[in-house]
Design a protein around this ligand. Structure first.
Ligand code: NAD
Ligand code: SER
Length: 315
């Protein structure tokens, strides 16, 4: 990785990935791009920032060729809850955007990182110890675009030799940028509420268990996979990765260890509850451990402590 483009760069992952990549590979070698303007100077300075709609193939091509890009982290996407409100737009952005990026990777020999999700599974998948290779019949439009994206990446590798790699991320928790409209967003919102008003009304049921990961681990996973020895990769793409698995009730109890006055109530949103109920509770990520040495650093207590520390400093 010498010249890197990150699409969807102002989002929850992109806003932190850009900084990590710029520190490692040099600010001028990591280009940020998003359909939205950059919200702060961190993204536009010191490295380059482009306005880009990933559905616009010619602008994408222009950016890649003008900058000799060799690696693309393709993060631009609509997330699960937003996608359910706008299914046609979700298909357009998630699929046509990915197709454009894959075509550019084929033509200009770029490597690709594509983040899939626990959403790529469905109700027929084993929900505990979810295998790497198993049935995938998602019931959400977001999940359908993720399975299709996984298959498209595999196709471009086998058919055209595009080095397309990817992870199935669980819900991601971070303190820098708010999540963009997913079902696991509660696990970030709860920290803002805990600090502001010591109370949170959760949109998922108390016992909704889902896989989760703290952002430093998510960034580390992406970069480690992209720099892994390709001869060791049997799957290459769509690796299950997880770090912790908990319910809203368990997360609230961990926060209460630091903020005893914190309380939680439940005001269930049927749409997001149905999405969460269709996802696995805990994935088996042994393929990632074996093939490229995946190992999470943060468990639930460590993540909560670090989140509160960062957010108290930020607020
Ligand atoms: P996000 O919603 O925070 O950011 C997505 C970004 O894409 C936004 O900045 C948005 O402006 C941009 N975007 C939307 N449409 C675009 C278009 N047409 N052209 C260019 N940019 C466009 O999402 P995120 O949490 O940063 O997720 C990034 C990727 O990781 C997505 O593919 C998502 O599905 C995947 N993922 C995220 C999580 C999570 O918990 N955050 C979990 C699993 C997978
Ligand atoms: N966190 C994401 C979402 O809830 C999962 O991909 O949409």
């Amino acid at each position: 990785m010498k010249k890197i483009l990150v699409t969807g760069a102002t989002g929850q992952i992109g806003s932190e990935l850009i900084m990590t990549l710029r520190n490692r590979y040099g600010a001028g070698n990591v280009l940020a791009a998003d359909i939205k303007p950059a919200l702060n100077d961190e993204l536009t300075q010191p490295g380059p920032y482009y306005r880009l709609d990933v559905r616009d193939l010619s602008t994408l091509k222009q950016i890649v060729t003008a900058n000799n890009i060799d690696t693309i982290f393709h993060l631009a996407s609509l997330l699960s809850a937003v996608a359910e409100q706008k299914p046609q737009q979700a298909w357009d952005v998630n699929m046509n955007g990915l197709m454009n990026v894959l075509e550019i990777c084929r033509e200009y020999r770029c490597a690709l990182f594509f983040p899939s999700s626990i959403a790529a599974f469905g109700t027929e998948t084993p929900s505990m110890d979810t295998p790497q290779d198993t049935i995938q019949r998602p019931t959400t439009i977001y999940g359908i675009t993720k399975v299709s994206g996984e298959l498209l990446c595999d196709y471009y590798f086998h058919r055209f030799g595009v080095d397309a790699r990817g992870l199935r991320y669980p819900g991601l928790i971070s303190s820098k940028t708010l999540p963009g409209g997913g079902t696991t967003d509660y696990a970030v919102d709860i920290f803002y509420a805990a600090i502001k008003s010591q109370h949170y009304a959760c949109f998922l049921r108390a016992d909704t268990q889902l896989d989760m990961m703290y952002m430093p681990d998510a960034l580390d996973a992406a970069i480690t996979l992209m720099t892994a020895d390709s001869t060791q990769l049997k799957h290459r793409n769509a690796f299950n990765v997880t770090a912790m698995s908990f319910t809203p009730q368990q997360l609230a109890a961990e926060i209460q260890k630091h903020i005893p006055e914190f309380t939680i109530t439940y005001s269930v949103d049927p749409l997001r509850q149905a999405i969460a109920d269709s996802w696995p509770r805990h994935m088996n990520d042994s393929a990632a451990r074996t093939e490229w040495g995946w190992q999470a650093q943060f468990d639930l207590p460590a993540m909560v402590k670090d989140m509160l520390l960062n957010m108290r400093l930020l607020n």
